[in-house]
Design a protein around this ligand. Structure first.
Ligand code: COA
Length: 285
């Protein structure tokens, strides 16, 4: 029987989560890297969250009623983000990943999304090739950084929890740096109490929305980003993402004892402009 693609439903989360764990762990072990998700639970919980989220579209691939893999499209903001995508190791390299990627690209086209982006683990030649074949362009490389919290407070740079009243200033900053806002993710992160802003002389000069690997940050300068990183309580693993093109920030992280977990490539389809300011992407973009 052929492989079919259908929208993910809540009952899929355990099997899709198990596959997500196995797919990433097998791949990481083959390349001598630690797994992205340390356990089945650590992969399955985010998959459950993704499936249940009203603004995230999920698909699963099936053959004979058996799930072979899943993929997601985060539709919370102007630009959509693809992933995580995973295919059961026993079914890889047989075009299931291609079908799952095409399914979310079709969805983005149908919704007239101006762009789709993803971050791809650089050591995986297959996903790099698959995405490039389907039209994604590589835009840059990013180091996932982890380690002990730095615990640095920079005089004149006040880091505090973000509030709803800060949304307009944060969105304006994001538009200035990237050409679009990330209002949906910011709003959600403020409501969850995970968003932070940095202020200089009472003016917002940077923000971070989300947590660790899933957070994006935008700022006027590297100093603003360093204030946000310096105040972070926990980086988790794989950690937060530093553009390797920002040599100063990358070296600052290294000088503060942080380690590189792995390197990822950002790949994009649709509108894209080179950022004009300091930023750190989430694992989505
Ligand atoms: C990435 C993943 C989803 C891809 O799914 P898959 O079903 O194995 O991949 P597919 O068979 O659909 O596609 C692979 C494509 O890359 C091509 N390819 C594979 N290795 C290649 C290489 N070294 N160089 C060039 N092309 C290559 C294949 O020929 C195929 O292209 P085609 O469809 O035009 O024939 C799957 O391998 C997986 O789950 N990996 C673990 C988790 C992961 O890495 N997720 C992505 C994180 S960025």
């Amino acid at each position: 029987m052929d492989v079919t693609i259908r929208e993910a439903v809540p009952d899929d989360w355990q099997e899709a989560g198990r596959i997500c764990y196995e797919a990433f762990a097998t791949l990481a072990a083959r390349h001598g890297f630690p797994p992205d998700f340390p356990s089945v639970e650590a992969a399955a919980e985010p998959i459950k969250w993704l499936i249940e989220h009203p603004h995230i579209y999920g698909v699963v691939a099936e053959r004979d009623g058996r799930i072979l893999g899943s993929n997601f499209l985060d539709e919370r903001s102007t630009i959509s983000a693809m992933g995580p995508i995973s295919v059961d190791p026993s079914s890889q390299d047989r075009h299931v990943g291609r079908l799952l990627t095409q399914a979310v690209l079709d969805r983005a086209a149908q919704r007239r999304a101006p762009g789709v982006r993803l971050l791809q683990i650089a050591y995986h030649n297959r996903s790099l090739s698959l995405y490039a074949k389907l039209g994604f362009d590589v835009r840059g490389s990013f180091a996932a950084m982890h380690g002990q919290p730095i615990g640095l407070a920079m005089p004149g740079y006040d880091v505090r929890a973000a509030a709803s009243a800060d949304e307009a200033a944060c969105n304006a900053l994001c538009i200035r740096v990237h050409g679009h806002d990330r209002a949906g993710e910011l709003q959600e992160s403020i409501a969850a109490g995970t968003a932070k802003v940095v202020e200089r002389l009472g003016r917002i000069t940077g923000y971070t929305a989300g947590i660790q690997y899933f957070a994006h940050s935008v700022a006027e300068t590297n100093d603003d980003l360093e204030a946000l990183i310096g105040a972070a309580a926990d980086f988790g693993t794989p950690g937060f993402l530093v553009p390797l093109g920002n040599a100063e920030l990358f070296r600052w992280c290294l000088a503060h004892g942080l380690h590189v977990f792995f390197v990822l490539n950002m790949m994009t389809i649709g509108i894209y402009q080179e950022p004009s300011g300091a930023y750190m992407p989430s694992v989505g973009y």
